[in-house]
Design a protein. Sequence first.
Length: 332
Amino acid sequence: MVTAKAWVLKKHFEGFPKTSDFDLKMIELPNLKDGGTWNLLLESVFLSVDPYMRPYSQRDMKEGDIMIGTQVARIVESKNPAFAVGAFVVARSGWRTHFISDGKDLQRLPSSWPESLPKSLALGTVGMPGLTAYFGLLEVCKMKPGETVLVNAAAGAVGSVVGQLAKIGGCKVVGCAGSDDKVAYLKKIGFDEAFNYKTVASLDEALRKASPDGYDCFFDNVGGEFASVAINQMKKYGRIAVCGAISQYNDSVPQKGPYVQVPMIFKELQMEGFLVSRWNNRWEEGVKALLKWVLEGKVKCHEHVTEGFENMPMAFIGMLKGENLGKAIVKV
């Protein structure tokens, strides 16, 4: 019998999450049985912390539930002929060190995944965040060569991939981030223009200086005031992909306007919110493309790794505060 450690939501977040909102539990897992439905035992190797966990926990979880999340896990015992011991998979099994599965909810890493490439990238650039960038740019923004793309939270797991994919697609890319180190990183990975939104005197002026002609595509991870300013600098027929609203996730009182209707009407803009799960039937296509670009060096990856399962809450809180450069990962 295996004892799993699991982080549960002790108390729904009020404002910014606190470590006291979580509780560490020990869970005894049943032994696998021959012919049983639950025929795989897995151990988590890398776990992901992501912004979506903040609003989704409020919407989908009860107090006492295991925190939602995704991990790269190794199969340690198998009574399922479809899965060999030692194989690595991606699972959506929450913040836990071990779990049992029937195999239906597991995604194998691609067979072309080289040993030299960290498997943690299946939670980042070659996983859900990378696919969010891929489908958001191609299907929602519908970017075209020669266009100008704006992305905020550009040094994060999604934004950093958005910028690089836009460059591969022949676009000019403008990004903003919350520290000078992050801005330097954006320029290093090929962004044409980048600025620190926390230190500019005027966000409006910074956006205008970065692209005097305006923006064809805006990939919005932040919402709030940034989006309100940026929408006025969109070109006619511009497209806005609303991916996230991290500036609002921890608000106790909802923010109020400005309102978007006037610039949307006069510039004839398209603004569309999306969830990457819309393209679940094309997951393999996206992973294959992202893996190819990573191996060719066209997409560069950066991970912010926290060691130790006991540090999951701190890694999550740090990510929401913007302490990570690239994808925030916890190594068990």
